[in-house]
Write a protein that binds this ligand. Structure first.
Ligand code: F3S
Length: 383
């Protein structure tokens, strides 16, 4: 615990912090054995053997496999044993059995609540949607915070550092941003590339859904290091700031079409559609089921990744057999980006997630196309 505290203090000092603060919820990434490998495994084992325990509500990111379906996923036994041992050690240390990148579904953060969260997509949601305060922590540092219940008082924990500094004008994209997860994702993708670590502010006439914000924040955090965006009608403190004096950037339709077209959105070349980066919510899955309700079957295979929490809801409401009948593969506790089961597996994956568009080619050598969530069902439905 002393070492954990020292590491937090050291990072805090570099960030200019003058003290530590208490946090109510820690979220730890870097749990998939595929991502952390032997070094990460040994690090967790070292902590486990020194008998440290969490002192605050602490959740965990996805694993490299579905705990129940790993054989079906054709995961190598040696990998599975390592992954299961990681799970066992972390659960004994007091972590919640969450295995999701959407910890806000399990415990929605309160406005202005201080958190220590790793997982950039969740950090974006905490700051942007809930108005909570968290930096974008590294996985091991978040793990240390779970053992001491503290983080350093710097960065986005300080009100003064949370001022927006770039106003993003969406012009004719405003309406699409509010309703289409694919378009919101590509806007996040472009903003992340253009302004990297700024704090953007987006004026908006419409109110986007929770899932749209989830898609946007994940993409902006993947191509850039954006951890907070002020979105009109969404972010609690939006009206607090005068945005007339901010530097302006404009994003137009052509830039968005380029992201989609550059990656050859030709549905005949696509063999899988992936939903659930970040992990799909109940509403997202219900929306999908509603969109395909008149389809006899799906022309393209669909993979959905979600949390066990959402999975249980679907199970209790009789929706799993319905999804299976349609030919949907639903996996929980993991996702196609952090699992070895998806390396180079498909010709081309289509998704409305900008984060998946960024990571699938890099991490899984998987050609990927970004598609509109509103038009998606039209591509795949056989009547
Ligand atoms: Fe979650 Fe995997 Fe995407 S961990 S944010 S579904 S890359």
């Amino acid at each position: 615990m002393q070492k954990a505290l020292k590491a937090i203090v050291k990072v805090g000092e570099t960030m200019g912090a003058d003290r530590l603060i208490q946090v109510n919820h820690v979220h730890v990434s870097g749990i998939s054995y595929y991502n952390i490998g032997e070094a990460g495994y040994k690090f967790i084992e070292l902590l486990y053997n020194s008998k440290v325990r969490t002192v605050v509500y602490s959740t965990l990111n996805p694993l490299g496999m579905d705990i129940e379906k790993w054989k079906e996923m054709k995961i190598h036994e040696e990998f599975a044993n390592k992954q299961l041992r990681i799970v066992q050690m972390l659960l004994e240390m007091g972590f919640e059995r969450s295995f999701t990148c959407t910890p806000y579904i399990l415990r929605p953060p309160a406005r202005k609540e201080h958190l220590a969260w790793a997982e950039s997509s969740a950090v974006g949601m905490a700051n942007t949607y809930y108005g909570a305060y968290t930096n974008r922590e590294a996985g091991p540092l978040a793990l240390f915070s779970s053992l001491v219940g503290r983080t350093y008082y710097a960065g986005l924990h300080i009100e003064e550092n949370r001022r927006p500094n770039v106003k993003v004008i969406l012009n004719e994209l405003e309406r699409w941003f509010a309703i289409d997860k694919g378009i919101a994702s590509s806007i996040g993708y472009v903003i992340g590339e253009k302004i990297s670590d700024a704090i953007p502010l987006i004026p908006l006439k419409y109110k986007p859904s929770f899932e749209v914000i989830k898609a946007y924040t994940a993409a902006a955090a993947a191509t850039g290091s954006i951890a907070l965006t002020y979105i009109e009608n969404i972010t609690p403190d939006f009206s607090k700031y005068n945005h007339e004096t901010l530097e302006r950037i404009e994003i137009d339709k052509k830039e968005i079409e380029k992201i989609m077209e550059d990656r050859e959105v030709d549905i005949s070349k696509i063999d899988v559609i992936f939903i659930g980066c970040p992990h799909a919510t109940v509403e997202e899955i219900l929306d999908f089921l509603n969109d395909v309700k008149d389809c006899r079957k799906l022309k393209i295979k669909v993979i959905v990744s979600t949390s066990s929490f959402v999975y249980s809801y679907l199970e209790n409401n009789g929706l799993i057999p319905k999804l299976i009948r349609l030919g949907v593969d639903i996996i929980k506790d993991t996702c196609p980006i952090v699992s070895p089961a998806f390396y180079s597996k498909y010709k081309r994956i289509a998704t409305y997630s900008g984060k998946a568009l960024f990571y699938l080619p890099r991490q899984q050598n998987q050609p990927t196309s970004l598609i509109s969530s509103e038009r998606m069902w039209g591509y795949i439905c056989e009547k």
